[in-house]
Design a protein around this ligand. Structure first.
Ligand code: FES
Length: 91
C-alpha cells in the first residue's frame, strides 16, 4: 500500500460505501453488512453476543421499530438506529 491509498475489503470500491445514523452519528457501512458489523467496525459497539440471531442481546430500534436484531439486519443507506440500552428491547 502506498501513501495516500486506503485498504478496502476485497472486491469493494469506495463508491459502494454508504452511511446510516446510529444515535445521531453517521456510521459507514458496505452493502450487505449487518448493522452490528458496521457498528463494530466503527468502534460503536452495540450489545452483542452470539452474532447469529439467537441471544437477543443486540436489539436496537431501527427507524422507530423496536426489537430489531442488529446482528441479523443489513444496514441500509440513511436508516436511523438507536442503540441506547434497553430502548431496543421487546421486554
Ligand atoms: S448478537 Fe445474539 S441475537 Fe444478535
Amino acid at each position: 500500500m502506498t501513501a495516500g491509498t486506503r485498504r478496502l475489503p476485497a472486491g469493494r470500491v469506495e463508491s459502494e460505501r454508504f452511511t446510516f445514523l446510529a444515535d445521531g452519528v453517521p456510521v459507514p457501512a458496505w452493502p450487505g453488512e449487518s448493522i452490528a458489523a458496521a457498528l463494530l467496525a466503527a468502534a460503536r459497539s452495540p450489545a452483542y453476543f452470539c452474532g447469529m440471531g439467537v441471544c437477543r442481546e443486540c436489539f436496537v430500534v431501527v427507524n422507530g421499530e423496536a426489537g430489531v436484531r442488529a446482528c441479523m439486519t443489513p444496514a441500509t443507506p440513511g436508516m436511523k438506529v438507536d442503540t441506547l440500552p434497553r430502548r431496543g428491547s421487546q421486554a
